[in-house]
Design a protein around this ligand. Structure first.
Ligand code: UDX
Length: 438
């Protein structure tokens, strides 16, 4: 049994900590937020993630997982310290590293025996070396340590499955012996392990996220072309996806990406390139194409409502940035709701799990407890998040409740022909009017 400390019980920290505990390690998870730790000790999770409550409870009961605010306690007898604190976007799109620096300093001040610091947070290329300098400087007396980069590739909503079944584990260090020890911790996951230097590992994370974001922006650009040429992007994606060189994933056109990772990582990679005098054209266009999706929805809906959404009542089906999470960070719903409000519409919202978070963020949006009561009296509905429960809605019932049966399906979850047959004025994204979408 290895002893591991995880610093930061946000998304990555709590999931990684609980999963490492489940693999049989003794994990002490630390956070400086006392309320968060007190809640965890009562079984209250800091985030919504399917399966997390049970995983945490099981491992706490088994004595493999505990929570603390004390670095002394967390580092006592620990050989591995994972840093999993937040790296929000700074003002210029750079990554804000204050929490990483604070964690490194506290670790340095409290470590009493040799330690491997493992960075899980997404940090600019070169941060591993910088962390090493911080630790060296902050140590009261020199104790051996190594820094290893081990970027996470977890998706919100399926984070536990992603941790337990990774496509690969990436490790970067200047100290190969330390990297091998961290590799050992990951062996039960039975995934290929790529060991490289620190900067390359940090870059693999940015390049992977930027590639996926670009893939989505690409299919969204194709969607717009499909629309004017009368093709259906949903079927185009299926046809493309069978090509093994392309693959079927991340080809869902619609509202584009949001959340806590893609927006900040694409921005940060572009920032790093620009700082060195490069002009990262693809990254910049990827962002432009993505944010344009949110404006397009409002423009298309205005057309559907005969040129004006003023005084119209619009219901948003889904508010979280994607299904199976309550995360509202950079969620398309926030920009869409604000644009609709600014154009004089009354905006309503419903989401299966993010309503509490959404209420604080979108005070001008009237929230409803279920999709049907929200639809009652609406002039139009927009599918913003593709929750499964929306795929099961009785569109017939919805139509009977609405003032005018207009649906803008911004995630392409409904069959256009079926929706139109029921009498809806239906529009998806990238579903050409002369093709299947007509
Ligand atoms: C992402 C990465 O997938 C993960 O590896 C990394 O560690 C963190 O960032 P996450 O943000 O949780 O994970 O969600 P993901 O499922 O990857 O979706 C990202 C965004 O892309 C969402 O806004 C989603 O709605 C959008 N998306 C995804 C599409 O618009 N189309 C797709 O085909 C896939």
């Amino acid at each position: 049994m290895k002893q591991i400390c995880v610093v930061g019980v946000g998304y990555v920290g709590i999931v990684s900590g609980a999963c490492f505990a489940d693999l049989g390690n003794r994990v002490i998870a630390l956070d400086i937020d006392e309320k968060r730790v007190a809640n965890l000790n009562k079984g209250i999770m800091p985030i919504y993630e399917p399966g997390l409550d049970e995983l945490v409870e099981r491992n706490v009961k088994a004595g493999r997982l505990s929570f603390t605010t004390s670095y002394k306690e967390a580092l006592d007898g620990t050989e591995f310290a994972f840093i999993a604190v937040g790296t929000p976007s700074g003002v210029e799109g750079d990554a804000d590293l204050q929490y990483v620096a604070a964690a490194a300093r506290s670790i340095a001040e409290n470590m009493t025996e040799p330690l491997i610091l493992i960075n899980k947070s997404t940090v600019p290329v070169g941060t591993g070396d910088w962390v090493a300098d911080i630790v060296k400087e902050a140590q009261p007396k020199p104790i051996d340590f190594s820094v290893v980069s081990c970027p996470e590739f977890l998706r919100e909503g399926s984070a536990i499955g992603d941790f337990m079944n990774p496509h690969r584990t990436v490790l970067g260090s200047q100290d190969m012996e330390a990297a091998e020890k961290v590799a050992h911790l990951h062996l039960p996951l039975r995934a290929p392990i790529v060991i490289t230097n620190l900067r390359t590992a940090e870059m693999i994370k940015y390049a992977s996220n930027a590639f996926l974001a670009t893939k989505i922006s690409f299919i969204n650009e194709v969607a717009d072309i499909c629309e004017v040429l009368g093709a259906d992007v949903k079927e185009v994606s299926v046809g493309m996806g069978y090509d093994k060189r392309i693959g079927p994933m991340f080809l869902d056109a619609g509202l584009g990406w949001g959340g806590s990772c893609f927006p900040k990582d694409v921005r940060a990679l572009a920032f790093m390139a620009e700082e060195k005098g490069l002009d990262p054209k693809i990254l910049n266009e990827t962002m432009i194409v993505n944010y344009r999706r949110r404006e397009l929805v409002v423009e298309h809906l205005t057309e559907m409502l005969d040129g004006s959404i003023k005084e119209k009542t619009i219901g948003l089906l889904g508010l979280a940035f994607k299904p199976n999470t309550d995360d509202m960070r950079d969620a398309p719903s926030t920009d869409i709701a604000k644009a609709l409000n600014a154009a004089g519409a009354t905006v309503r919202g419903y989401d299966p799990v993010s309503m509490d978070v959404a209420r604080g963020l979108l005070p001008a949006v009237k929230m409803f407890d279920d999709p049907y009561s929200m639809a009652e009296g609406c002039d139009a509905l927009i599918v913003v998040t593709e929750w499964n429960e929306f795929k099961q809605l009785s569109l017939k019932k919805v139509k009977g409740l609405m003032k005018t049966p207009v649906i803008f399906d911004a995630r392409n979850i409904y069959d256009p022909a079926e929706a139109r047959e029921l009498g809806f004025n239906y529009r998806g994204m990238g579903r050409g009017f002369n093709g299947n979408g007509s």
